[in-house]
Design a protein around this ligand. Structure first.
Ligand SMILES: Cc1cc2nc3c(=O)[nH]c(=O)nc-3n(C[C@H](O)[C@H](O)[C@H](O)COP(=O)(O)OP(=O)(O)OC[C@H]3O[C@@H](n4cnc5c(N)ncnc54)[C@H](O)[C@@H]3O)c2cc1C
Length: 318
């Protein structure tokens, strides 16, 4: 089988879930994987080192120089040359998309984005939704490897395999050719749960009535440990920031429980949440399309139902 190269992502001391999802894909496509990460955290590096990789390189962040697509792609291109992987795997994340596209352009290698399934074969077939999931495309790479792909978060199950800790090679990227450099990252709202990592999400759409009613969802989230999502309609209205948007032009989520409040269920919204394990929809219109994907439907006003739900959840938790 082939060799793979995975570009891992970490946040603070933790590896992001997408990193373990990429390891699952690496194991589907190859028999040995090398990894690249960029982290200043020893703990994140140690976690990456135990994923069962054959090799690990850390594109070490410097003070005031955290990332530049040109600099990182140049280092990755050298690793690709040295490792000769058949597949180079990134997450379909802001960083993964930026870097995968740059690496593809730098090396002239074929690039397939947003892969959601892989059908085994020689060569394997890659599946990706098109037109917001209205149709499913199946593709094979042509020509000689390597091939680059990004995988959609929250689709492949995260690998819990571990291996002997590998030594890390520290690489200092050369920023001289960089046209823009990421200098710092500031957390927006401290303590806010990342939608992509959340196990419970409560999302609001236009049916919640007005911006102020999002407070009801934030109260619910705070008391239950959920994250708050939103439809694009309310983001466009300016009721909540884009970081909360779920869907085709927002985030793809896959929580254990997704509660859709006053959301009609447009195809572009479903594209981001329909793989949730359990979907509860609250809508005044019993014919709303969201009920077609919901496991549980509540026909009612979300402003009345959400506080009742919260009360019952808190009662059941004692
Ligand atoms: C290229 C493109 C990309 C897009 N990307 C996205 C995306 O990423 N994410 C996204 O969400 N949308 C996206 N959209 C927009 C999408 O098509 C819909 O317009 C949007 O999802 C509708 O949002 P909504 O359900 O909140 O609002 P509406 O469609 O207005 O639905 C409101 C719902 O609330 C119900 N309701 C009203 N009052 C109450 C009440 N008191 N209690 C309970 N229910 C009530 C109504 O019955 C209705 O079903 C995109 C569109 C395009 C063209």
């Amino acid at each position: 089988m082939a060799k793979t190269l995975v570009y891992l992502e970490a946040k603070g001391d933790e590896l992001k879930k997408i990193s373990r999802e990429m390891m699952t894909v690496a194991r589907m496509l190859g028999d040995s994987a090398a990894g690249v990460i960029s982290t200043g955290s020893d703990a994140a590096l140690a976690s990456a080192g135990k994923l069962g990789l054959k090799k690990l390189a850390n594109l070490a962040p410097e003070n005031g120089k955290l990332y530049a697509a040109e600099a990182f792609a140049a280092e990755l291109a050298k690793l690709v040359e040295a490792e000769a992987p058949a597949y180079i795997i990134f997450g379909q994340t802001n960083l993964g998309r930026d870097l995968a596209a740059r690496l593809a352009a730098t090396t002239g290698v074929g690039y397939m984005s947003d892969v959601t399934a892989i059908e085994p074969g020689e060569p394997p077939t890659f599946v990706k939704p098109l037109y917001a999931g209205k149709i499913i495309g199946k593709f094979r790479f042509k020509g000689e490897p390597p091939h680059i792909l990004t995988i959609r978060p929250n689709i492949f199950s995260p690998s819990d395999a571990t291996g002997a800790e590998v030594a890390t090679e520290t690489v200092q990227p050369d920023y001289t050719s960089a046209r823009s450099v990421l200098t710092s990252i500031a957390e927006k709202a401290a303590g806010m749960i990342d939608l992509r990592e959340a196990t419970v999400i409560i999302s609001g759409g236009r049916g919640i009535g007005e911006a102020a009613n999002f407070q009801m969802l934030f109260d619910f989230a705070e008391k239950t440990g959920a994250a708050v999502g939103a439809s694009r309609a309310v983001v466009d209205e300016g009721w909540i920031e884009h970081a909360h948007q779920v869907g085709q032009t927002g985030k793809t989520v896959n929580p254990t429980l997704y509660i859709a409040c006053g959301i009609s269920g447009a195809i572009q919204h479903l594209a981001g949440m329909q793989t949730s394990k359990c979907i509860v929809a609250i809508n005044t219109n019993e014919s709303a399309p969201i009920f077609k994907v919901a496991d549980y439907g509540i026909v009612g006003d979300c402003k009345e139902v959400v506080p009742l739900l919260l009360e019952e959840i808190l009662k059941s938790r004692g």
